[in-house]
Design a protein around this ligand. Structure first.
Ligand code: GDP
Length: 194
């Protein structure tokens, strides 16, 4: 009955992360843009589920209207289930997230990642940003401070460790994410789950 969801653009490493967290192999070879149902998997305890939602944003060869539909479906799923979702893990690619956000910031454009971050908060789901692929990032503190800035969180990032979790899913380096999730479960009075 309790749930954690993973959201994020395609190719940020959601499937890799899901595999690391659950030990279960997911089909990562899925054709991009094919709308699929959320993948639910037991996590840490039997009544605690982790769900991987379809990736949104740019995907090569996927038409705009299909991409929009996927995002709408993700948003609807979170809205409909907000009450039981204890944490929303927004996965981003640490290597490219700042460039992508800046490229899509404009007068009437809000970047997907920024929009999703605020959306989670608005529906009462505490967001944790899993900044993945940190193994490829050299200027770690600068990158994470920049991300805070783009999300409207006052830097330095170390003040936001319950929200900003640098990880490397591929290397199985997930300590920061687990700590952040544990923090929110504690806040929700659900230490029993994890
Ligand atoms: P998804 O589309 O979000 O499910 O992304 P995938 O899990 O399929 O990963 C996309 C690509 O990123 C794959 O080539 C992964 O091997 C790679 N990847 C995932 N996590 C990491 C990471 O922590 N570090 C690096 N360097 N690559 C990663």
């Amino acid at each position: 009955d309790a749930e954690v969801v993973l959201v994020g653009r395609s190719n940020v490493g959601k499937s890799t992360l899901m595999r690391e967290l659950t030990g279960h192999t997911f089909d990562t070879g899925q054709r991009p843009g094919v709308t699929r149902e959320p993948n639910h998997y037991d996590w840490a305890s039997e009544d605690f589920v982790i769900s991987d939602l379809p990736g949104f944003g740019f995907m090569k060869g996927v038409p705009e209207d299909v991409r929009e539909q996927i995002k709408t479906d993700v948003v609807r799923y979170v809205e409909d289930n907000a009450e039981k979702i204890l944490v929303g893990i927004l996965v981003v690619d640490g290597k490219s997230v700042i460039d992508i956000i800046d490229r899509h910031s404009g007068e009437d454009e809000i970047p997907h990642d920024v929009e999703m971050f605020h959306f989670l908060r608005d529906v009462g789901v505490p967001p944790v940003v899993a900044v993945n692929k940190m193994d490829k990032v050299d200027d770690r503190d600068q990158r994470l401070n920049d991300l805070c800035d783009r999300l409207g969180l006052y830097p330095p990032w170390k003040q936001w460790q319950e929200t900003i979790a640098p990880i490397s899913a591929k290397r199985g380096n997930l300590g920061a994410l687990e700590a952040a999730v544990r923090h929110h479960l504690h806040e929700a009075g659900r230490d029993d789950l994890f």
